[in-house]
Ligand binder design. Structure first.
Ligand code: MN
Length: 261
């Protein structure tokens, strides 16, 4: 097949619905949940719009805004330089564009997370998934489905914090190390506010997904939604973070292509 016929087949599949486009992105607004760190640390801010003009004296025929946002607000991409372990590695603008289109494995732990918000995925869970579905994709994403996207309409429910900090599912420290050092994937995508579990502040090392994956030149994708619409294997993810020069991450439109038979 020539290149043009492959692209023509893609377009025709999208038009006919045999290839479905699934939007994995949360809408960005002032009510989009953001992470909250303990008070001694700097805080990210919520997304904000500032109107420049709206068909008025400031601009009679046009409407536009300035916006203010954390790099890590809403559905976003973590670049290696975000963590001290990756401080000499890529900023978000330096991530090769060729790594922004990649296959995805979707591992569903929503039942476990519904019973235990602190549920942690272990290496054995991933090996059991691989026994059923084949190996994790080379150069692809490990996407963690936990059902947490159902809580994304409300900051409190999404962070699920008490006096001991947030309670949200994620990877154990050993599993994070394995995904960083032994798995063939380029990164981890989650439905929660960050790639680490809510209680990962007290893991050894602290925030192991950030520490191990970003230190291994891998990436994070967070606050994904609609992972339930993806098959365990075969989806292709297109992640488009803003290329903020020297940025540690950026809000991203994340889409998935899924073949329907
Ligand atoms: Mn982040």
């Amino acid at each position: 097949m020539s290149q043009s016929s492959v692209l023509a087949a893609l377009l025709s599949g999208l038009r006919s619905g045999s290839i479905e486009l699934v939007d994995l992105t949360q809408p960005l607004s002032p009510s989009t949940p953001v992470i909250q760190l303990p008070p001694q640390f700097g805080q990210t801010q919520v997304f904000e719009l500032e109107e420049i003009s709206r068909y008025d004296d400031r601009g009679p025929a046009w409407y536009w805004n300035n916006f203010r946002s954390g790099e890590h607000t809403g559905t976003h991409f973590d670049a290696p330089v975000h963590w001290v372990t990756g401080r000499d590695l890529a900023d978000v603008a330096s991530v090769p564009a060729g790594r922004l289109i990649a296959p995805a494995a979707v591992l569903d732990f929503s039942e476990q997370a519904a019973k235990d918000p602190d549920f942690l995925v272990e290496v054995d869970h991933i090996k059991a998934w691989e026994a059923d579905n084949g190996p994790l994709p080379e150069g692809g994403w490990l996407l963690l489905r936990t059902g947490w996207d159902a809580r994304s309409h409300a900051q409190e429910e999404f962070l699920n914090a008490d006096e001991n900090g947030p309670h949200t599912p994620g990877l154990s420290s050993e599993c994070a190390r394995w995904v960083a050092e032994e798995a063939p994937v380029i990164g981890l995508g989650t439905e929660t506010v960050g790639t680490d579990a809510g209680q990962a502040h007290s893991f050894e090392p602290a925030f192991p997904c950030h520490s191990y994956l970003l230190g291994a030149d891998k990436y994070g994708l967070t606050q994904l939604q609609n992972l339930a619409a993806l098959p365990p294997t075969g989806a292709v993810v297109i992640a488009g973070p803003l290329p903020i020069v020297s940025g540690s991450g950026a809000p991203a439109r994340v889409l998935a292509l899924v073949e329907r038979s």
